[in-house]
Design a protein around this ligand. Sequence first.
Ligand SMILES: [Mn+2]
Length: 280
Amino acid sequence: MSVPSALGNATGSVLGTSVFPLSVADEPEVVLVSDLHLRPETREDNAAFHELIASVPDGGLLVVLGDLFDFWVGTKQLHDDSWRSVTECLRVASLRGVRIYTLWGNRDFQLNAGFERAIGCRVVPGALLLQGGARPLLCLHGDELCQNDRAYQKAKRRLRSRPVRALLDIAPFFVSRRLAEQARTVSKKTVAAALPSSLHPSVDAMAKIRALGEVDTLFGHIHLAAAGALPGDGPTLRYWVLPAFEADSRGHVRLVPGGEPRLFECGDQRSWPGPPPLGP
Ligand SMILES: [Mn+2]
């Protein structure tokens, strides 16, 4: 098994997220998907993802924009029998030469080099800038755009701090799994209590992407297919939002370098909906 080539150095950062360039100039097509939230219990979603991976030819490129897993606490999760059934299709695809890049989402930022070695995917601790098309395409998870959700942004810094990550690493799986489940419950309650506008991508945050220059943007996280133009002054820069990948809709994007991202649901190409609700 060969892990896709190592990422170069980050060439910049946006909203605290490092940006790693990746050339796709020679790719016939790139498949992009986000927010699968796979876990042993989501059997139908797991099977649907298995079929999506099977549609990627040997040597093809698959990019996951984060939250591939509903939670990931560390390498020990690889050795849990029920989780092996979730990760196996990734390993098998890597073995037949599919190159898989997976970005950290807010649920699986503990994906690390141990996961890369065992499964053959390349973990991206930040964002990818796909180069080689008409205009570079920034691929982000999207949680960094939700700056009005102060409680989440604070929790994100805490959860990704060294002590918490070290604790997750050394604790037995059943302990760190419980911690992850608790964090999930708290986040669901916060979501239920928060004003909806604070959970939307912020206009201010989206305008900050313009600091990277003339790039278009693709992100996920808000579980809603959408498309629009980046706010702010300057040239028209576009963005697209990937829906969550679920068995009944199988939403994903196919990109031929030089073309625009095309949205697919239930196996058919769909026209992009309009912009998502945005917060201040
Ligand atoms: Mn997310």
